[in-house]
Design a protein around this ligand. Structure first.
Ligand SMILES: Cc1cc2nc3c(=O)[nH]c(=O)nc-3n(C[C@H](O)[C@H](O)[C@H](O)COP(=O)(O)OP(=O)(O)OC[C@H]3O[C@@H](n4cnc5c(N)ncnc54)[C@H](O)[C@@H]3O)c2cc1C
Length: 234
């Protein structure tokens, strides 16, 4: 699908929000938490990004792209992209989405995971008329890197890893270990660095006795895995 960049802004020191418009966008039917593969203009590398917002009436798709220290074609594109640039994207797909019947929804992730998870939590909030008792915790390097939430929703807590690695994050694991969780009725949504997701999943299953099927996991990046999740390495 051809798209054109409508606007770009710095959301945090390490994340940019990019608005795309395109003729095919109004007819897309998206579930909260959906993602797409972007074919980057410079060299054609494929990179996966969650859809933060879809507004069919204005033909709009909004992405939020992390600027990470290792760098890569996605990072370079996000740093340099400008209004009126072109971007080809593939039709969106969904890996995890919300289960409105769970009594204890729990959203946990790092900065990249926060993009789909906060969009999903906003959709769940809307779908239940604000009645869902939503829980969660997110991790960022520091307060300035906390990903801004949808306006008007009760804030979810963030923890900060400082200079400790985001890979297999003990900071996020400790935060989840400290939560008061019910033994049943939960639905967990985990997204972000692959080993962190695995640690969190194992904790919920092995230490908290949560049913494996109640835990939806979306690994989004991993060290030394360029093009993670895009179907092939670039
Ligand atoms: C379903 C899905 C949804 C995603 N949604 C988003 C999203 O909404 N926003 C977003 O920013 N990313 C998202 N990602 C992650 C994104 O696709 C990857 O981070 C991608 O690899 C970044 O491309 P790049 O060219 O910048 O780095 P790459 O060339 O892919 O990677 C180079 C190196 O950088 C490191 N690296 C890659 N990504 C990160 C990172 N996020 N943080 C720290 N180090 C990293 C790794 O060591 C890697 O080997 C999603 C991934 C998936 C699978």
């Amino acid at each position: 699908m051809p798209t054109r960049v409508r606007s770009v802004r710095d959301l945090t020191p390490h994340m940019r929000e990019i608005e795309l418009v395109g003729p095919d966008v109004p007819r897309l039917r998206l579930r909260p938490g959906a993602h797409l593969v972007a074919r980057l203009p410079d060299g054609g590398a494929r990179r996966v990004y969650s859809i933060w917002r879809h507004d069919p009436r204005s033909s709009l798709l909004v992405l939020r792209v992390a600027l990470h220290d290792a760098g890569g074609p996605g990072c370079t594109w996000a740093r340099t992209v400008a209004p009126d640039d072109r971007l080809t994207v593939e039709p969106p797909r969904t890996k995890i989405t919300v289960d409105a019947s769970a009594t204890f929804p729990l959203f946990v992730g790092d900065e990249t995971g926060a993009v789909p998870l906060l969009a999903m939590r906003a959709a769940l909030h809307r779908a239940t008329g604000g009645a869902a008792d939503i829980h969660g915790v997110f991790e960022a390097a520091g307060p300035a890197d906390e990903v801004p939430d949808v306006d008007g929703l009760p804030p979810l807590p963030w923890v900060h890893r400082g200079s400790t690695p985001a890979v297999a994050s003990r900071v996020l694991l400790r935060a989840v270990q400290g939560l008061d969780l019910p033994p049943t009725g939960g639905a967990a949504y985990l997204a972000g660095e692959s080993d962190t997701c695995r640690l969190l999943q194992r904790h919920l299953v092995e230490q908290r006795g949560w049913n494996r099927h109640a835990i939806r996991v979306q690994p989004q990046w991993a060290p030394n895995r360029p093009g993670f999740g895009a179907g092939r390495d670039d």
